[in-house]
Design a protein around this ligand. Structure first.
Ligand code: GTP
Ligand code: MN
Ligand code: MN
Ligand code: MN
Ligand code: MN
Ligand code: MN
Length: 194
């Protein structure tokens, strides 16, 4: 476990801490960019009100709701869709660098491509936070074009808290990209930032 990671149990025993839950929703896809580059998987993130990229989700109140119920409530607000989240979808808990006393719980959940498309529509049509706390959903490009377009440029944007690390860790763990392709994209992104 990395330095600020903690177990779910240890996290929930911190009664004086705030808790937030966010989720990576993804689906397999047969779609091809320009009719030839396989998209392979659709991974959802969002452009937040503050101009930073992050995952859907938000603050939960463990004294009033389970982490999963709180996350589902946030998803209803931010995506305008009912996405049932269970303990099976739980990934990790992490003590935020800042602000102090904030614990970040992370989840991931695979859904069907049709469900994901439905969520994208609902996010515009139904979500009470659309255009307010959430400026829009975005997909994460998982390919790298010859000029560095795709994941390297995506990773060059600014991300909230540790959501960039959450994304990279999930892409590796869920095998959504080969370790080698991921490593190359991260390296390219690093070069682009200079
Ligand atoms: P309000 O409804 O305005 O309270 O916002 P919210 O409940 O949706 O909270 P938000 O999603 O902004 O998450 C709360 C805090 O968690 C943020 O202030 C960030 O510090 C952090 N955070 C937000 N998004 C992410 C994310 O995708 N990953 C991680 N690790 N942290 C995040
Ligand atoms: Mn075109
Ligand atoms: Mn919210
Ligand atoms: Mn939120
Ligand atoms: Mn909230
Ligand atoms: Mn809100």
């Amino acid at each position: 476990m990395a330095a600020r990671d903690m177990t779910r149990e240890a996290a929930l025993s911190r009664l004086d801490h705030k808790h937030a839950c966010h989720i990576l929703l993804y689906a397999d896809s047969q779609a091809k960019l320009f009719g030839k580059i396989p998209v392979k998987h659709i991974v959802l993130m969002q452009m937040r009100f503050d101009g930073l990229l992050g995952f859907p989700g938000g603050l939960v109140k463990p004294s009033e709701e389970s982490l999963e119920a709180g996350l589902s409530r946030e998803l209803q607000e931010e995506l305008g869709a009912s996405v049932p989240v269970t303990m099976d979808d739980y990934v990790s808990s992490h003590l935020a660098q800042s602000p102090p006393r904030l614990i970040l719980h992370f989840y991931s959940k695979k859904i069907k491509e049709a469900e994901l498309l439905e969520i994208e529509r609902a996010a515009v049509l139904n979500a009470v936070d659309h255009g307010l706390e959430v400026l829009g959903l975005t997909r994460v490009p998982l390919y790298t074009l010859r000029n560095g377009g795709g994941l390297p440029w995506f990773l060059s944007h600014s991300f909230i808290s540790n959501s960039r690390a959450q994304l990279l860790e999930a892409l590796r763990r869920l095998d959504l990209m080969s370790p080698q392709a991921l490593e190359e994209a991260v390296k390219k992104a690093e070069e682009m930032r200079h």
